[in-house]
Design a protein around this ligand. Sequence first.
Ligand SMILES: [Zn+2]
Length: 434
Amino acid sequence: MPANPMFWQKEVETLERPALEALQLQRLQETLRRVERVPFYRGKFLAAGFKPEELKSVDGLRRLPFTTAADLRENYPDGLLAVPREEVLRLHTSSGTTGKPKALFFSRRDVDNAAELLARAFCMTGVTRRDVFQNMMSYGLFTGGLMMHYGAEKIGCMVIPSGPGPSERQLLLMQDFGTTVIHVTPSYAFYFADFLEKKGVDPHKDLSLRKAFVGAEPYTQETCGKIEAALGLDVYNSYGLTEMNGPGVAFECEHKSGLHVWEDNFVLEIINPATGDPVKEGETGELVLTSINREAMPLLRYRTRDLTSLIPGACACGRTHRRIRRITGRSDDMFIVRGVNIFPQQIERVLMAMPQIGRNYLIQLDGLDDLTVKVELSPPAFDGQVGHLEELQNQVAEKLRAELWVRPKVDLVAAGSLPVTEGKAKRVIDKRSL
Ligand SMILES: [Zn+2]
């Protein structure tokens, strides 16, 4: 056990910035030498007139072009592998909405290192070896389940590898083994809260839950508050992607004021998605990551498509790794209605701040350019009077108009009537005939 239970690797987590930046540069130089063996990167270096040995600062990386999801697909299955095949210990894939999956390889050191980063996350949220961790995330090709499992084992708490379903069994495990920490997607957290309600189980009194790691889908602060209230626990936001180890790229510490990005493992940039230029500190843009501590498949300047911003200044916890704000959406989730750019999270933020509104919603685009938001009522909100319902409908539409600059049609529906999912929620249905 480390001396301070809130730190797993205190020295590197609190490394002074100049030393941290020197470590980044050294690891970046090693990474560049490693990827020179990959024809894809060798070609990019040549085209940009870039010589890895001439890199004198981390910023020098900006001379290279970005790596995109399309590059990963075009080099499927193993075009970006930087080590001999026999050094690969694990394969994970990340499926997109179209075409081939992205294949990601891990060496033994890569798997171990990913687990170390997650052990840091468990420690900094106050999880100890006395906790019981029920991992309700999918195990398999998706990194979310397995990697968190390895991280939890590092710190030595008891792990229940339950995977995502069924809810009946999840509850039984929680009751019989005193689960204190869970790992879920936001949509499954709500689904499970509804299940508990139907079973007459009050998580505040009847279960031992105290913390949840919630990730794999972007969600708002308002959703976080609703999950905390519904399950009676403390929610910590996690961020990661399969292309960069899986979960564990960035986590909230006990102060919950942004997510620390482990900068000894990743070089982070935030760019304007349209121009590719860096945004000013604090401005929202697309997160671009370079893995600098990976053997099997490092990626340079990978465009995550996730939108966030940097939080200036130091965190009260003493960690020197910079923080990003919660992901506000994906640059490719954006849809356009009547010429206005809209992100699903803007709609979610408005809905989740209204107590009369339940937990599920659906955005539908149809006709020429019509935006309909279907929203579940929270069960006590409906008193049976149609007039009240119309009034609420108008209120929701008006609040959405103020946020989006487009007034949507609002359909209030009964609690539990919209489709629920145990995996990633599909929030936007586009049926437009444009
Ligand atoms: Zn902190």
